[in-house]
Design a protein around this ligand. Structure first.
Ligand code: HEM
Length: 234
């Protein structure tokens, strides 16, 4: 290694890449192969660990979105929400990898490694459930400052282009979150079934309720309101 290519950062690992990313520390968090209850456990743990990192990141971006809405930086807020939506789409795509696991193999992992653990206890997911509560107050204040209502934005999206952009970004985020919940429900039904109890004693079918709980219900109501105003004949 020449003097110009060797690592200059502090930390563990032979290269600056490993030191900056903290690869040794990160990989220490993955259960070693000889301790796995089943060879399929590696995929199960890695999927959850990767999800927690991304959930943690979304929470960080939502904090920024909150500040940007309060500071009237609507375009930037919408951009960051779009980023979060893309991460949710990624999270949805990554959980279905687990559908390649045979249910019988999962039962070995479930009964030996997980204790009473459940995705319900995910701290990252709990924070995401609060996104509606976090973003709605600053959003309402913004509408107040601009003197415009939701239905007015929906009626005239070009006139209220900036606010409409933000509303669309919020709906995209909400939809991506609901889609994640739906896909996760299908994954759970595929691997353990819908007529069983979770390790917490909760019926797995309860997951269905979450697929019907939007984070921003008033945004969805406004779309129905607009449709009603057009007095469709059925
Ligand atoms: C073999 C794969 C999986 C099965 C069989 C499964 C099963 C379940 C079941 C039955 C529940 C509902 C009851 C309870 O909380 O215990 C649940 C909830 C949850 N799981 Fe999973 N899960 C799987 C994979 C994942 C993955 C990869 C994640 C990624 C983070 C995840 C995150 C969650 C979350 C966040 C909840 C709460 C969901 C909500 O309230 O809508 N699960 N899971």
């Amino acid at each position: 290694m020449s003097a110009h290519t060797g690592p200059i950062l502090e930390g563990r690992g032979a290269t600056d890449y490993e030191r900056y990313i903290r690869v040794p520390e990160l990989l220490e968090l993955v259960k070693p192969a000889d301790l796995l209850a089943h060879p399929e456990e590696r995929l199960f743990q890695t999927t959850h660990q990767a999800a927690e990192l991304w959930l943690h990141h979304i929470d960080y971006e939502i904090g920024r979105v909150d500040g940007l809405i309060r500071g009237d930086e609507i375009g930037h807020a919408a951009e960051l929400l779009d980023r979060c939506t893309r991460i949710l789409i990624l999270l949805r795509q990554q959980i279905v990898i687990l559908e390649t696991m045979a249910p019988a193999d999962y039962h070995v992992i479930r009964t030996t490694s997980l204790g009473r653990g459940s995705g319900q206890e995910s701290p990252g997911f709990a924070k995401l459930l609060d996104v509606g509560k976090r973003l709605w107050p600053p959003f309402e204040e913004l509408l107040g400052r601009r003197g415009v209502s939701l239905i007015e934005i929906e009626r005239a999206p070009r006139i209220h282009a900036e606010l409409f952009r933000l509303v669309q970004a919020m709906l995209d985020y909400d939809e991506a979150f609901l889609n994640w919940r739906f896909t996760h429900m299908r994954l759970a039904f595929r691997v353990i079934g819908s007529k069983v109890l979770s390790l917490k004693g909760v019926p797995a079918s309860q997951l269905e309720m979450g697929t019907r709980e939007p984070l921003f219900p008033l945004l969805w109501d406004t779309i129905s309101e607009l449709t009603a105003e057009w007095k469709p004949t059925y």
